[in-house]
Ligand binder design. Structure first.
Ligand code: AMP
Ligand code: ZN
Length: 122
């Protein structure tokens, strides 16, 4: 755990959030500034800065996070099937538009139109 990290603190329950899911590995919660009708964030509980740091050793939990993201999307208002769906985004580094330096997956969904922010950056 990195003690200066916002998403470490949220995933440890030290800073409040609107939690939608938690297990040993992951914590998911509502984005505080939603850019779409459904806008959730899922983070690993271990501190990983961004996708720039991952290696083949991380393939297992990264795969589990993607599978979990689809489940959480559907359980929280993203509509199923080809007419529905969702977007998964992980901004990495300054050029990637990352503001919080703890790897996170944005889950965006719900009926369109979404805000311009969602289509640019999330
Ligand atoms: P990124 O630009 O990909 O690093 O996204 C960071 C996201 O974290 C933004 O969408 C913010 O709205 C969101 N965020 C920042 N602080 C909080 C917080 N305390 N609780 C929930 N979401 C937050
Ligand atoms: Zn962290």
């Amino acid at each position: 755990m990195s003690h200066d990290c916002l998403f470490c603190k949220i995933s440890q329950g030290e800073i409040p959030s609107k939690k939608v899911f938690e297990n040993d590995e992951f914590f998911a919660f509502h984005d505080i500034q939603p850019a779409a009708p459904v806008h959730l964030l899922i983070v690993p509980k271990q501190h990983v800065t961004s996708m720039q740091q991952v290696t083949e050793n991380d393939a297992g939990w990264l795969g589990r996070m993607m599978v979990l993201a689809a489940r959480i999307a559907h359980e929280n208002g993203c509509r199923p099937g080809p007419q529905g769906g969702f977007r998964l985004v992980t901004n990495s580094g300054l050029d990637g538009g990352q503001e919080v330096d703890h790897l996170h997956l944005h889950i965006l969904g719900g009926e369109r139109p979404w805000s311009q922010r969602a289509d640019q950056n999330a």
